[in-house]
Design a protein. Structure first.
Length: 277
């Protein structure tokens, strides 16, 4: 069934791959980026089904206008894909307040505000699907990514809560949790912290170098990810979470094992903490 998709952050990565795939299969797509020149090639030849909109998700007025323009043009929004996001590499102690707050404004508050702007439309329709691009780093934390992990953990919590609030309204919520994919997330879309503390060279420093070193050579294929996202939206029973990539699946299942080990080992203390009857 033909739907209207609204995708944030389409200049590169998952957003671009998804917009390109959707247009190839004839879906109607709102293609957004801070600079629309970066998405002109996606629109060319697809003017009947594509709408290009300049959008910075940290700007409330731009969000409002983008949603309004979409309704004026297409009349509805069936799928919101909150894809816009950035990375930041630094140990927790090395992390700078200005940089981490900037990341949260994009990764979390931008996503939340986009969602809030679209929800009245989906409630009126009594249908819709919100796709939030999270990360395996929203389930499992890694050295050098503490604040990035925190922003994605926040997205996970918000999305899980929202899914329970809107299910009876015919609205679905799905978290996409990729591991390493050939996007520019580990390249120009991520900043390095300016503060370097030698004591973290073997932990945060080593992991930062590893991630930066394999940027562009990750096993994940953005085009396959786009197809997987479409499959989720077309499903009658879409999942709350979709792991993408073998490393994501391995990391998530290992996290479950670690949690269960801790929970079981301390079960007696957990129960003891209740007030005696």
């Amino acid at each position: 069934m033909e739907k209207v998709w609204f995708i944030t952050g389409c200049s590169t990565g998952f957003g671009r791959a998804l917009a390109s795939h959707l247009l190839k299969i004839g879906q109607r797509v709102v293609v957004t980026a801070r600079n629309t020149k970066d998405i002109e090639d996606l629109i060319n030849g697809n003017e009947k089904i594509a709408l290009a909109i300049s959008l910075d998700v940290t700007k409330a007025d731009q969000i409002t206008k983008a949603v309004s323009d979409t309704i004026a043009h297409f009349g509805r929004i069936d799928v919101l894909v909150n894809n816009a996001g950035i990375g930041y590499f630094a140990a927790v102690e090395e992390s700078e307040d200005e940089a981490t707050r900037k990341m949260f404004e994009i990764n979390f508050f931008g996503l939340a505000n986009m969602t809030k702007a679209v929800l009245p439309i989906m409630r009126k329709q009594r249908s819709g699907h919100i796709i939030n691009i999270s990360s395996i780093g929203g389930l499992v934390a890694f050295p050098a990514l503490g604040y990035y992990n925190a922003s994605k953990f926040a997205v996970e919590g918000l999305s899980e809560s929202l899914s329970k609030e809107v299910a009876h309204l015919g609205i679905h919520v799905t978290l996409i949790e990729p591991s390493g994919f050939r996007t520019d997330w580990a390249g120009r879309s991520a900043e390095n912290g300016k503060i370097i503390i030698d004591d973290y060279s073997e932990s945060a420093g080593a992991n930062k170098s590893f991630i930066r070193g394999y940027s562009g050579n990750q096993p994940g294929d953005p085009d396959r990810a786009a197809q997987a996202i479409v499959k989720v939206v077309e499903s009658k029973e879409p999942p709350l979470r979709l792991l993408l990539g073998a490393a994501a699946l391995k990391g998530a299942t290992s996290k479950i094992d670690v949690l269960k080990k801790d929970f079981d080992a301390w079960a007696e203390t957990s129960v003891w903490a209740d007030n005696p009857k």
